[in-house]
Design a protein around this ligand. Sequence first.
Ligand code: PMV
Length: 350
Amino acid sequence: MTGKIYSASTTAPVNIATLKYWGKRDTKLNLPTNSSISVTLSQDDLRTLTTASAAEFFESDKLWLNGKEESVHGPRLLACFNELRALRKILEDANPELPALSKYHLHIVSENNFPTAAGLASSAAGFAALVQAVASLYELPQSPEELSRIARQGSGSACRSLFGGYVAWEMGEMADGSDSRAVQIATQEAWPDMKAAILVISASKKETSSTVGMQTTVNTSTLFKYRTDVVVPQRFKEMSEAIVNKDFETFGKLTMIDSNQFHAVCLDSSPPVFYMNDTSRLVIGLIEKVNKIYGRVVAAYTFDAGPNSVLYYLEKDEPIVLGLLKAALPDTDGWDKKPYTASISPAVPD
Ligand code: PMV
């Protein structure tokens, strides 16, 4: 076991959707049935750290996630590896002096500093970091937009973690997925005073994976077509405009109704898919009440495929939001009462 090991490390941020991606029109290529929008959270707060290594003497591809070895045979991971290797091969063919990394096996070591698979978008940060780490190792010249197309094949939402700030994943129209990729709507600097509080209501793994949940909805929900054909295209425009105009009132209202509609189509699936629990619903009630008392949107809640809540608010309102959570939420098992707070990420991983 001797020889040179080539390595590159990167970190990638978590993104939390405010207009949810739910449903695939192509399960192999991870092509969505609707466009989506998210906010990327600061890597100082939540991130995946990934090191990719390649060596001639490595005997097989390997992956360790939070210290545990995981399978590398899943089709999603293979799709990312294959695309990245093909791009490296093009580079090697054009520059014969480069080491033949495209022929070597890869070892990937990845660590999250937050609960994995608990509806906290760990797969988004995970696949974004993996794609970026291998791209750095391979010295690929591809832009974040092009890399987002590859990360999308690992986990759909991962494509949005290749950008900081406010990000759209445009669903695209092409059957090969070449136009289904993330673009930035606004930088963090353009609207810097947005913040997020992440309430870890349960850190345990979700019962229904997003892949299974989505396809149950696509195949059985009658509300779903209305959402994708009528609601989302209009909402996408309105939310993009709200972000560009720094209109928190509109942004917050749209965020909450979109989270609620996403969970409604889950409930409208057969068998129904439940992600929120009683504590999640308590958070919704609390935020709705506070917004009513203040006569404006102080905070907006959103829930992914799990019971944990993310609240978006403006920095000036942080004392109200954090004070309220401390005072009003009960002590329950799995609720640590200490939300992670996060700023918006200024930068993309590199
Ligand atoms: O990227 P996936 O396959 O884990 O799906 C993510 C789905 C949601 O988090 C519920 C919504 C989204 O847009 O991130």
